[in-house]
Design a binder for this molecule. Structure first.
Ligand code: SAM
Length: 446
């Protein structure tokens, strides 16, 4: 049995869906036993080796860090020791400062120089009756003190004290992947400790792998062809690939490939890829991106990018594909919310286009294959308007695939309503701040 802690992307529900789909597809017997806005705790019946954990993190678009859970405290302990409002009693503080997990992370410390950091993930970003900042600093100081007391030559911790400028009101008490990589915090005797809070428990985990943000940034910025207006984020591309069930060695199709972001992600994961786009400039651009990637990786990549109309996909793609993942055109770029009638007209036209493409996809998709795509949600002056699921799939030969399998979700039933997971949901929203056209992800199967 392995208990893993996953630090989730900003869309926690989508990250959990992706994680559960991945676990199920790879044949792991896994259950989500607890979660917060920032992290998921998963029990996996099998023992996982380091390679499997690394594979997991690098395949998932919505997972920043994976750690092995090494200790669990009831939430009462930190609630009493680090209350947000009052001052703790000496006894309560002493209890939490015993750090029973120290020996698991550092069985031998004598004469060693140790660098470490405690990264705290609160249940929400908002208010909670624990002072998380004080807890984090308290742990940093206490771990350092105990390591020195046990004979370490040096013990230095890394901590952030600056406010997170990206999200107002967010506590900045977790280390960035960049800092972890730069200071080799994952190489023993160094360590990053994850302190993950849920409503019931405080989980302590030791980080095994973090998202390679420097490599991702480099690839994103150095590729020769970018088109900010249409490009999909590499992370969402990875999530779409996981949801579509694509695995290394599979042939993946993106029928609206644009600049080729999804194809690049697929190629990096060892998949063969086929891209189609109606616009010749995009096709050229996507080809140059894949060529650049192959050179950068020093590997021969298997890709084929063709110009064509995906409404007539079967006339351009003549072979069977294992998985289909894409972001189609999402309609006009509205500067301000349109009137409801206008949005409905756009959605109607797009639904027709999507349905034509899905019908074509269905005839080249492997019998048990899946399709993962985004659809637009247009904010109007009234209610948002989006594609109706039944209109989208009617007559296509594809049916809804539920991304949140109820039998692998065992998080508490009386969990805070903001964290409730409804397994019957058909789609998962993916919001982009300040945009009129939002998106949702949907998965279909044959
Ligand atoms: C949202 S963009 C895709 C962005 C892409 N994922 C990327 O990261 O660059 C949609 C693309 O679909 C293409 N497109 C529009 N209609 C099409 C059709 N009928 N068949 C194929 N491609 C189409 C557009 O040229 C555009 O490049």
């Amino acid at each position: 049995m392995t208990k893993l802690a996953f630090v989730l992307g900003s869309n926690w529900l989508l990250s959990i869906a992706e994680l559960l789909v991945y676990i199920q597809d790879r044949g792991f017997d896994g259950t989500l036993v607890d979660h917060s806005r920032n992290a998921a705790i998963v029990d996996i019946k099998q023992r996982l080796d380091s390679d499997q954990i690394v594979d997991m993190q690098s395949s998932l678009g919505g997972c920043y860090k994976v750690g092995k859970v090494i200790w669990e405290h009831e939430i009462d302990l930190p609630l009493k020791a680090y209350p947000a409002k009052k001052v703790a009693s000496k006894e309560d503080l002493e209890e939490i400062r015993k750090i029973p997990w120290l020996k698991i992370v550092w069985p031998r410390v004598k004469g060693k120089k140790i660098k470490f950091g405690v990264s705290t993930y609160p249940i929400f970003d908002g208010r909670f009756p624990i002072n998380f900042r004080r807890y984090t600093r308290g742990m940093d100081d206490q771990v350092k003190k105990l390591l020195m007391k046990n004979g370490a030559k040096r013990a230095d911790y890394f901590a952030y004290d600056e406010p997170d400028r990206r999200i107002e009101g967010r506590l900045n008490i977790a280390l960035w992947p960049k800092t972890i990589a730069k200071n080799s915090l994952l190489t023993p005797p160094n360590a990053e400790i994850l302190a993950i809070f849920s409503e019931e428990k405080l989980y302590i985990a030791r980080t095994r792998i973090v998202y390679d943000s420097m490599l991702q940034q480099y690839r994103d910025e150095s590729r020769p062809f970018v088109s900010a207006e249409i490009s999909t984020s590499p992370k969402i591309c990875r999530t779409l690939l996981t949801l579509a069930g694509a695995r290394p060695g599979d042939t993946v199709l993106d029928p609206f490939c644009g600049t080729g972001t999804l194809l690049m992600e697929a190629a990096m994961l060892g998949m063969k890829c086929i891209g189609v786009d109606i616009d010749g400039d995009q096709v050229q651009g996507a080809r140059s991106n894949l060529k650049w990637l192959a050179k950068d990786m020093g590997e021969k990549l298997d890709y084929d990018i063709v110009k064509g109309d995906s409404r007539e996909l079967t006339s351009v793609v003549k072979k069977q594909v294992d998985a289909v993942a894409f972001e189609p055109i999402l309609g006009p770029i509205y500067k301000k919310p349109p009137l409801r009638d206008e949005a409905e007209k756009t959605i109607k036209e797009l639904t027709t286009l999507y349905r034509q493409v899905l019908t074509e996809i269905s005839s080249i998709l492997r019998p048990d294959g899946r399709v993962a795509m985004t659809i637009p949600v247009i904010n109007t002056e009234g209610e948002p308007v989006s594609v109706k699921f039944r209109d989208l799939t009617r007559g296509t030969g594809l049916a809804l695939y539920r991304m949140l399998p109820g039998d692998s979700i065992k998080s508490r039933k009386n969990i805070d309503p903001r964290l409730r997971i409804r397994p019957s949901r058909e789609l998962i929203p993916e919001r982009k701040r300040g945009q009129v056209v939002q998106r949702a992800l949907i998965v279909l199967e044959k």
